[in-house]
Design a binder for this molecule. Sequence first.
Ligand SMILES: Cc1cc2nc3c(=O)[nH]c(=O)nc-3n(C[C@H](O)[C@H](O)[C@H](O)COP(=O)(O)OP(=O)(O)OC[C@H]3O[C@@H](n4cnc5c(N)ncnc54)[C@H](O)[C@@H]3O)c2cc1C
Length: 374
Amino acid sequence: MAVDPLEFAALLDGTSENAVADIDTAGAAGATGGATDADAVIIGAGPAGLFQAFELGLLGIKCHIVDTLKHPGGQCAELYPDKPIYDIPALPVCGAQELVDRLLEQIKPFDPQFHLGEEVVELQVREDGRFDLATAAGTRFVAKAVVIAAGLGSFQPRRLGVEGADAFEDRQIHYRVRSASDFHGQRLVIFGGGDSALDWVIDLTGKATSIVHVHRRPEFRAAPASVARMKELVAEGRMIYVEGIATGIRVADGRLTGVTVKRSDGSMADLEADHVLAFFGLHPKLGPIADWGFELEKKAIKVDTAKFQTSVPGIFAIGDINTYPGKKKLILSGFHEAALAAFAIAEHLNPAKKVHLQYTTTSPIMQKRLGVNA
Ligand SMILES: Cc1cc2nc3c(=O)[nH]c(=O)nc-3n(C[C@H](O)[C@H](O)[C@H](O)COP(=O)(O)OP(=O)(O)OC[C@H]3O[C@@H](n4cnc5c(N)ncnc54)[C@H](O)[C@@H]3O)c2cc1C
């Protein structure tokens, strides 16, 4: 399902009047057997995927962008949003989240359709040369071109990492909250020291039967106000806090009944639980891309350096996910690759039409697409 861009950034308020194309984009809004018919689908909303939407937009090509994360920005937004970047051309210093915000502002005129919180799990070539894509959430596309901008892979939650835990995943051990009311009236053990853990500890206190919050060290990554509130709740006797790490789970009659925690002082605690919630952050994993039949080298997809096309015509790979002689995993490289891939995609969509290089400074049609009056 498409996410309303307003949900994640006021930047994207939907300006679609500029969709003037000099190539054939007919059918982009149609449907194919319940699947969305698209000219181009970009897998990954990191800096490379976002800039790909810009370069495609300049050439009059509309696109959909899919990302496992619930927000755009890839590594910049997920791993180092507050850190400065010093090697973006013409920006002597730029915060990583600021870069993402600027990219979102830049692509706003082209109104790309975002599908966030969805992992692309299937990519297949159709007999007609187009591509079938499907997300784990059930969204399907039929696309004329695909750009894989998947970085180091799809961001996945870090697991509890104790023996036997996998068997209870999504039943009694959870790495995300789908429906908070499922935990009302339940005994909970919540792990983690970041905002997600603290937010759920605070939210569920008073609604759950009992809450034990476990974190491995005295320092928290969460907002200081949330940590202060959690400590107040402990002082009021409304929940328990334990500093330690999980060492095992306890099971009876096929059901999880609790977790064993080793406290920082070395003592052990058996904590009763109906559900365990663990928020240890996310890390990238190549995931389904490894099974799509591309030639891989060190977990990266081989491409040519003229079009950044994979071994499958019509499927392109840009940014950290690709490899070629001399490849450097830099944001700058992804931007360059996106520009050349866009020209190749325009040719792929309409082989009969030559795509001429135009400057945004002087091209009336590009300026019309950008919605600027030079
Ligand atoms: C701490 C740190 C500091 C850095 N500093 C710099 C710097 O100063 N300068 C610089 O140039 N670079 C820097 N980098 C590297 C830079 O962040 C990466 O080169 C850049 O993020 C790559 O962009 P990308 O769009 O290719 O991939 P990513 O940013 O990794 O984004 C890829 C996106 O694809 C999504 N995805 C993957 N698989 C799927 C799937 N199957 N379905 C749906 N979505 C999927 C992921 O969830 C992710 O959001 C730094 C990296 C780190 C970790």
